[in-house]
Design a protein around this ligand. Structure first.
Ligand code: ADE
Ligand code: ZN
Length: 341
C-alpha cells in the first residue's frame, strides 16, 4: 500500500474512526469559556481570550490540570454542559469520527455545587443529538479524580446511580504520580459489579507499575495513555499478548512534555511491538488539535504510512465499547475507504 503524502492526509481525514480518550471539559475552547463566563456571571482571572490562550504553556500534567479545572468553573447549567459537548461533536463530525466515548469529571462540578443530574443530563442530551443529527454514536464514561480519596469516588459513584443508564463506564484521571490505581480498588470492583466498563489513566507520567496494577487490581479493559510501558519489556509482552488497547494522545504528550519532540514519541515502537495502539486527542482545546490533527502531525513526525492509518483506525473501532454490529459496519466502511484508495 503506497500513498503520496497528500493522498495519505486525505485518507486519514475521511476514514471512519473512534475517539476513545477525550475529556469533554478539555474541549472547552477559550472563546466558549469566555462566552459561558459572561452568560453565567463568572469572573475569570484573564482579561480576554488571547490572555487565556497565552497561559497555555505547560511543563507537566499538573501545570495543565490547574488551568483545566479553572476553565471548567464556568460550567453551571445543563445548557452549558450541552453546549460544550455539542461544540465537540461538530468538530468530531468534521473529522469523520463515527464513535466517541467522552470522559467527564463530575467531582469538578459537584464540588462547586452543580448537581450531578445537571452534568449528566446536559452531556447525555448532546450525545443523543450527536447520534440523530450528526450520525455519531456517543457514550459517556464517568471519571474519578485520583487526587481525591477513594471514599469520595465511592460517594460519586453512588450519587450517579440514578443516572446509571446514561453512562457506560468509569475511568480514573487527574494527577497520576502518588495516586496509584490500587488506591481505587474497591470503587472499581463496585463499578464492575454494576456492569460498567472500566478504564484508567496509567503510565502517562507514572511508572509501569501503575499499568500493571490498573490491569491486575482494577481489571481495566483499556489503558489510557500507557506510553511508559516502553520501559518494562515484560509489560510490553503482556500488552501485546492480551491486546488490551492503549488510548495514546500524541499532542497531549508533546504539550505536557512527556516527549520533547513529536519525532521522539514511542507510538510507532508500540505499534511495531504488536500493541493495540489508538490515537486520541485528550484535551484538544488545550493541546493544539482535535483528532485528525493528532493523526496528521503524528504521521508526519513518525513517517507512518497508509497501512498504519488503517491499523490505527481499525484498532480504535475494535477497542470501542460500541455494539458489535456497529463495529462490523464501520470496519466494512474502513475497508471500502482503503480499497478505493
Ligand atoms: N484530565 C484531563 N486531562 C488529563 C490527562 N491528560 N491526564 C490526567 N487527567 C486528565
Ligand atoms: Zn486523559
Amino acid at each position: 500500500m503506497t500513498a503520496t503524502a497528500q493522498s495519505l492526509a486525505a485518507l486519514i481525514q475521511t476514514m471512519p474512526k473512534a475517539e476513545l480518550h477525550i475529556h469533554i471539559e478539555g474541549s472547552l475552547e477559550p472563546e466558549l469559556i469566555f462566552a459561558l463566563a459572561q452568560r453565567n456571571g463568572v469572573s475569570l482571572p484573564y482579561a480576554d481570550v488571547a490572555a487565556l490562550r497565552s497561559a497555555y504553556a505547560f511543563t507537566n500534567l499538573q501545570s495543565f490540570l490547574d488551568l483545566y479545572y479553572a476553565g471548567a468553573s464556568v460550567l453551571l447549567h445543563e445548557a452549558d454542559f450541552y453546549d460544550m459537548a455539542w461544540a465537540y461533536f461538530e468538530r468530531a463530525a468534521a473529522d469523520h469520527v463515527v464513535r466517541a466515548e467522552l470522559f467527564f469529571d463530575p467531582q469538578t462540578h459537584t464540588a462547586r455545587g452543580v448537581p450531578m443530574g445537571v452534568v449528566i443530563e446536559g452531556l447525555y442530551r448532546a450525545c443523543q443529538d450527536a447520534h440523530t443529527q450528526l450520525g455519531i454514536s456517543a457514550d459517556l464514561i464517568l471519571c474519578f479524580l485520583r487526587h481525591l480519596s477513594e471514599d469520595e469516588a465511592i460517594e460519586t459513584l453512588q450519587a450517579a446511580l440514578p443516572w446509571r443508564d446514561r453512562f457506560i463506564g468509569v475511568g480514573l484521571d487527574s494527577s497520576e504520580v502518588g495516586h496509584p490505581p490500587e488506591k481505587f480498588a474497591r470503587v472499581f470492583a463496585q463499578a464492575r459489579a454494576l456492569g460498567l466498563h472500566v478504564v484508567a489513566h496509567a503510565g502517562e507520567e507514572g511508572p509501569p507499575a501503575y499499568i500493571w496494577s490498573a490491569l491486575d487490581v482494577l481489571h481495566v479493559e483499556r489503558i489510557d495513555h500507557g506510553v511508559q510501558a516502553i520501559h518494562d519489556p515484560a509489560l510490553m509482552q503482556r500488552l501485546a499478548q492480551s491486546r488490551v488497547p492503549l488510548t495514546v494522545c500524541p499532542l497531549s504528550n508533546l504539550k505536557l512534555c512527556v516527549f520533547g519532540r513529536l519525532e521522539d514519541h514511542n507510538l510507532k515502537h508500540m505499534l511495531d511491538a504488536g500493541l493495540c495502539v489508538t490515537i486520541n486527542s485528550d484535551d484538544p482545546a488545550y493541546f493544539g488539535g482535535y483528532l485528525n490533527e493528532n493523526y496528521q502531525q503524528t504521521f508526519q513526525a513518525l513517517k507512518l504510512n497508509a497501512a498504519d492509518a488503517k491499523t490505527l483506525a481499525a484498532n480504535s473501532l475494535q477497542a470501542s465499547f460500541a455494539k458489535d454490529a456497529d463495529k462490523a459496519r464501520w470496519l466494512r466502511e474502513l475497508d471500502a475507504c482503503f480499497a478505493s484508495a
